[in-house]
Design a protein around this ligand. Structure first.
Ligand code: PMP
Length: 396
């Protein structure tokens, strides 16, 4: 007899429960800001990707409202049918100008952008070499292609060189890396990665989900930070859902990239375009980051302050150099317990354990934003000191 739906659901949920992997997301009862209300509690929020406080920013809301009034609630169709509004095209020009690239295309999310771009670009016979810690959407995107896939050790340029020396292809060769790694907060060594890629005639593909709006002058991204923004052999993709405050993804690079994606990227071809209010918010975000230098200053001042104080307390932040600040607790149960206790102290920060991160480096991932005040960060640091001592992670 075949499996019933009830049987399948019970089996799957039980296996997750037994592995301690069943997820119960906490619920935010107000907007996703530096201080918010979660599951009935006022908290300092260190769990969001809202790097520049754009998720609930007045300038973004004003432009979103005006686009909503003028353009309605939905784009009405897939873009190739009748869903390409002039505001979508204007946003793409804005992104290409901001990123200093030949072209840019906007998609529905960072996740679908990786699927769309990798799927559109790669063919059988091509070679892709991907950092072992790349994001799940890259891994899924690569699964959609018939290219030969190889992995190099995380941020290890010599290993990349070895893999490219041992595997050749007559087709396109693509080196794929995150710009900023979402779990460790480290930055890909793009200067050396691009040099090795070029030595082997390979193109570099950077997923800058956590670098766009964070790295580089005015948040232009990791590719800009390393000075490759005009390079035709570097493709940047990313999300518009983290620092940029809305939802969506972009791909930017070579002048012909956009045209190819319009014709080949399946999410572009088969999924309805972004809502006008979202487009308005994103357009305002790009204006605002260039108008208000205080946003980036506060983001990086807060980042430096929070890390320095955590180090003084004796915590290990894994050498992270970006606003993503992991605090190591060892094994998963300790990290989850710390997260629970921090929540009790009014700090919302998520514990991550195996398989999301390697065994032995279970951690709490904190993301500092421009919106946190010194009081917010001091509150969090006091909570960390208390919880870290109680769990024996730090001394004193
Ligand atoms: N790439 C990376 C590196 C990410 O961290 C994320 C977000 N989790 C994504 C892609 C997906 O972006 P989005 O949330 O816009 O789908």
């Amino acid at each position: 007899m075949s499996t019933t739906l009830s049987e399948r659901l019970t089996q799957e949920l039980n296996s997750l429960r037994e592995g301690g992997l069943l997820i119960h997301p906490r619920v935010l009862e107000r907007a996703n800001r530096a201080r918010t209300r979660v599951d009935g509690r006022e908290v300092v929020n260190l769990a969001s990707n809202n790097y520049l406080g754009f998720a609930d920013h007045p300038a973004l809301k004003a432009k979103a409202e005006s686009y909503l009034r003028e353009w309605g609630v939905g784009a009405g169709a897939v873009r190739t049918i009748a869903g390409t509004l002039s505001i979508h095209e204007a946003l793409e020009r804005q992104i290409a100008d901001f990123k200093h690239t030949g072209s840019a295309l906007v998609l529905h999310s960072g996740f679908t952008t990786n699927q769309g771009v990798l799927g559109a670009l790669l063919r059988e016979g091509d070679l892709v070499v991907s950092d072992e810690l790349n994001h799940a959407s890259i891994i899924d995107g690569l699964r959609l292609t018939k290219a030969t896939k190889k992995v190099f050790k995380h941020a290890d340029v010599d290993d990349l060189d070895r893999v490219l020396s041992e595997n050749d292809s007559e087709g396109l060769k693509l080196v794929v890396t995150d710009g900023v790694f979402s779990m460790d907060g480290d930055v890909a060594p793009l200067d050396r990665l691009v040099a090795v890629a070029r030595k082997h005639g390979a193109v570099t593909y950077v997923d800058d989900a956590h670098g766009s709006g964070v790295m580089g002058a005015q948040g232009r991204g990791t590719v800009h930070h390393f000075g490759f923004e005009y390079a035709d052999d570097v493709i940047q993709v990313g999300t518009l859902s983290k620092a940029w405050g809305g939802v969506g993804g972009y791909a930017a690079g070579h002048g012909d990239l956009r045209q190819l994606l319009i014709n080949r990227a399946r999410p572009y071809l088969f999924s309805t375009a972004q809502a006008p209010a979202t487009v308005g918010a994103l357009s305002a975000a790009l204006e605002e980051v260039q108008r208000d230098p205080g946003l980036m200053e506060r983001l990086w001042d807060n980042t430096r302050y929070f890390k320095a104080e955590l180090h003084t307390l004796g915590f290990d932040t894994m050498g992270s150099v970006t606003p993503i600040t992991p605090v190591v607790f060892g094994e998963a149960p300790a990290a989850f317990e710390a997260s629970r206790r921090l929540f009790g102290e009014g700090v919302f920060a998520v514990g991550l354990g195996f398989p999301t991160v390697p065994r032995g480096s279970a951690r709490i991932r904190n993301i500092v934003t421009s919106e946190h005040t010194k009081d917010d960060l001091d509150h969090a640091l006091q909570a960390y000191a208390k919880v870290g001592r109680a769990l024996g992670i730090i001394g004193g």
